[in-house]
Ligand binder design. Structure first.
Ligand SMILES: Cc1cc2nc3c(=O)[nH]c(=O)nc-3n(C[C@H](O)[C@H](O)[C@H](O)COP(=O)(O)O)c2cc1C
Length: 190
């Protein structure tokens, strides 16, 4: 029997029902339709401090990140998950600060499990107010995700992104909404 896949959705917008969150929910819907179980975390609502660059998390024998905040609850969830969905708005031509905080603190992730990035499957969802991925700056964030996850050996299964300014407006873009659902199915399929 096939093991049920666990998906962790990381919402990087302060708008709980905003555009990137809607895309993430569509990805989650697709994943659930393939039998996956989904856990969603709202990064903006969590106490996550910036990385201090103390390097306590690095090297053999490290006990993990020295910063005692809610990121400590997130590391086990990140380990447990087979796949992550990273959802972010474009802020100032790149990802949101909430998403970047989570990325920086993930520097400590290898202290919590052996080679924990290498088996992760990742889907990225982004929204922007500009006209296209280039003039909005979305490409800068997509490129950062590509470089970072290539570096740590995770597999980006796909990206979905679209233009929308007001919260929820992305729902009118049926092409991207359908692409998001399909990405969710692909994320958890073998
Ligand atoms: C602080 C801030 C910075 C923004 N910077 C950009 C930007 O550089 N490029 C862009 O296209 N849209 C920008 N936007 C618009 C948002 O990306 C857009 O409204 C997006 O759909 C928000 O996603 P959300 O609903 O998931 O929060 C910015 C919005 C805010 C609040």
């Amino acid at each position: 029997m096939k093991r049920k896949k666990n998906v962790l959705v990381l919402l990087g917008s302060p708008r709980k029902n905003g555009n990137s969150a809607l895309l993430a929910e569509q990805i989650a819907k697709g994943a659930r339709s393939e039998g996956a179980s989904v856990t969603t975390v709202f990064l903006h609502g969590m106490n996550i401090a910036p990385c201090r660059s103390c390097y306590a998390c690095q090297g053999p024998g490290s006990e993990g990140c020295a910063v005692d905040d809610e990121m400590q609850d997130l590391y086990p969830k990140m380990i447990e998950a087979d796949a992550w969905v990273i959802a972010s708005p474009v802020y100032w031509f790149t990802m949101s600060a909430q998403t970047k905080l989570w990325m920086d603190r993930s520097f400590a992730f290898p202290a919590y499990a052996e080679d924990p990035f290498s088996n992760k499957r990742i889907a990225i969802a982004m929204s922007y107010g500009g006209e296209d991925p280039f003039d909005s700056g979305c490409v800068n964030a997509l490129r950062t995700f590509q470089d970072a996850f290539r570096y740590v050996g995770s597999r980006i299964v796909g990206f979905v992104y679209g233009s929308a300014m007001k919260a929820g407006e992305i729902a009118n873009n049926t092409t991207v909404m359908e692409a998001a659902e399909e990405l969710g199915r692909k994320l958890v399929r073998d």
